[in-house]
Design a protein around this ligand. Structure first.
Ligand code: GRF
Length: 197
């Protein structure tokens, strides 16, 4: 049974989907802890499913590195096989990525390498794209530059706002994420090929 730690910052709708998938006894992975860099609304989903939460408030640390070191120390206690970033709106320090990658994956609401970074949906709209997408990647030292594990195109519709487009992308993200987690858990997807240590 693959054990997961999921890191969020916001509403956690992708987390919710993973919690629901993992509550199926046939799903080969389970979430052991949910973490956030702030008091994230998504903690409510973890609590609804009885999953422990850890909150490491970025604002209380003198540097990204010190915040990352504390997050690493707290995550290590739970010994997750895989760390899933699903709406964590914070760049992780290199030491954290080095400690966890390639057992560290991220979902992104764009068709990488198109529109990386914190505003992928907004950037696709601003660029006048007629298509964007969703991607699941292995986290590396860059910003959304890691190896792509899964991705799928999502149409941009006339009149789309950042919100309507993002809400259409998220269900695709959730489906891709659940499938990637299932494939890692069953050994169908071997992350060790992405190990750069
Ligand atoms: C997702 O689209 C994720 O890829 C991006 O932020 C969004 C989080 O949504 N980083 P939610 O918090 O899961 O609803």
């Amino acid at each position: 049974m693959l054990t997961l730690a999921v890191l969020i910052s916001g509403t956690g709708s992708n987390l919710r989907a993973l919690l629901e998938a993992a509550s199926d006894p046939d799903f080969p992975a389970r979430i052991v802890v949910v973490g956030a860099d702030r008091q994230a609304d998504g903690f409510a989903h973890a609590e609804a499913f009885g999953i422990p939460t850890i909150m490491v408030p970025y604002s209380e640390f003198a540097s990204r590195e010190e915040w990352g070191a504390e997050l690493h120390a707290q995550l290590t206690v739970w010994r997750p096989d895989l760390v899933v970033l699903s709406g964590l709106m914070r760049l992780l320090p290199a030491a954290f990525v080095d400690a966890w990658a390639p057992r560290l994956i991220n979902t992104h609401p764009a068709y990488l390498p198109e529109f990386p970074g914190a505003h992928g949906v907004r950037d696709a709209l601003a660029a006048g794209a007629t298509q964007t997408g969703a991607s699941v990647i292995v986290v590396d030292g860059g910003v959304d530059t890691g190896p792509i594990l899964a991705q799928e195109r999502v149409d941009v519709l006339p009149g789309d706002t950042e919100h309507t487009l993002h809400e259409r992308i998220k269900p695709v993200e959730r489906r891709l994420l659940i499938d990637v987690v299932r494939r890692i858990a069953t050994g169908d997807l071997d992350l060790s090929v992405y190990d750069t240590h």
